[in-house]
Ligand binder design. Structure first.
Ligand code: AMP
Length: 360
């Protein structure tokens, strides 16, 4: 069993933790005890913790968490533990959850030992602890047979330094501010159980054991049904996975077949498309070329036309020349005739002149 004991300073949770440890053979892990040991040893950690402890304040989370981590991982805590005085604030509670989750061993029970404040102060002021075996006494209502001596082992009894009225006031205020939220935290997780820590220690212990056994049994049943549920879930998951694989395979096959069909169907379409494309291309090319051709044709035609015109002109000229030839001939004949006439006249004149000269 993995259990956290919650309660204000002086609620008796330490006493109940010791009894549980004996009965269920589980280690009691008390951060207060460990810190006090560190202080007594004079270690660096102890020196750091002492200031806060003397003032009734909480020791730095980092220090406390490192102690807890190391302790919870020890082999004797494998089968469970009783945490006493830890967690003292919500951050510590969350850190503990993370740690236990990472170990695969979540917390099973948070047990609150509830006592009212007046009773708490009387308990703390009158509290005495055996330095040898840790047995606890109260000078007001559970005194030892011999003052200052342990009934069990004869060891010396100690009055804790922080069990004075001033520090007690601080510790109770710290509890209210920081630890009450931890109680709510576990309540939300449905792990919280409460017992009244007033009356005979053994009666309180009986109540504690009843809760402890109940939770243990239900956890066992739960873990059994969890195992069954897990097995069923696993079976379902395997089945579902197999079904999924079959479905996936079928879907893949169907897809492949559909693809094939689509490819086949698309093929003529593709061919057609290709043909259409080619035709369009050709047409476009032709269209594009057409003006060129047209231009060329026009050019050719105009050249032809020009040539024809030139030819026609030449022919016309020829004809004109031909036609003009007789005219020309006539003109030449006329000219020659005129020349002849002029010549005749000149000759006649000359003859006449000669004849006149002779007459003279
Ligand atoms: P306790 O014996 O549990 O009453 O603790 C005695 C003192 O040790 C407290 O007043 C704190 O100063 C310190 N302490 C014990 N446990 C813690 C804790 N979980 N976080 C911080 N300080 C602690």
């Amino acid at each position: 069993m993995r259990i956290v004991l919650l309660g204000a300073p002086g609620s008796g949770k330490g006493t109940q933790a010791k009894l549980l440890m004996e009965r269920y053979k589980l280690p009691q892990i008390s951060t207060g005890d460990m810190l006090r040991e560190a202080v007594a040893e004079g270690s660096v950690l102890g020196r750091q913790a002492k200031v806060a402890m003397d003032a009734g304040q909480l020791v730095n989370d980092e220090i406390v968490l490192s102690i807890i981590k190391e302790r919870v991982m020890r082999p004797d805590a494998r089968n469970g533990f009783i945490l006493d005085g830890f967690p003292r604030n919500q951050q510590q509670a969350e850190a503990l959850d993370l740690l236990l989750m990472s170990l695969g061993r979540p917390l099973q029970l948070a047990l609150l030992v509830a006592v009212d404040v007046d009773a708490l102060i009387q308990r703390l002021v009158g509290r005495r602890t055996c330095l040898t075996c840790g047995q606890m006494y109260n000078v007001f209502y559970a005194p030892p047979h011999i003052e200052g001596r342990c009934d069990e082992c004869g060891g010396r009894l100690r009055h804790r330094g922080d069990d004075n009225e001033e520090t007690i006031g601080n510790r109770l205020r710290v509890y209210e501010t920081h630890t009450i939220p931890v109680i709510e935290y576990y309540q939300e997780q449905e792990k919280l159980r409460t017992i009244q820590g007033v009356g005979e220690i053994n009666d309180i212990f009986k109540a504690v054991c009843k809760i402890f056994d109940d939770v243990k049994a239900s956890t066992k049943a739960e873990s059994r049904s969890d195992a069954i549920r897990a097995a069923i879930a696993k079976h379902h998951a395997t089945k579902a996975a197999a079904k999924k694989t079959v479905k996936k395979k079928a879907a893949t096959k169907k897809k492949a077949a559909a693809k094939k069909t689509a490819v086949k169907k698309k093929a003529p379409v593709k061919k057609k498309a290709v043909k259409k494309k080619a035709v369009t291309k050709k047409k476009t090319a032709v269209k594009k070329k057409a003006p060129v051709k047209k231009k060329a044709a026009v050019g050719k035609a105009s050249i032809k036309k020009k040539k024809a015109v030139t030819k026609k002109k030449a022919a016309v000229k020829k004809t004109a020349v031909k036609k003009n030839a007789p005219v020309k001939k006539k003109a030449a004949a006329k000219k020659a005739l005129k020349k002849k006439v002029v010549k005749k006249k000149v000759v006649k004149k000359a003859v006449k002149k000669k004849a006149a000269r002779r007459k003279r």
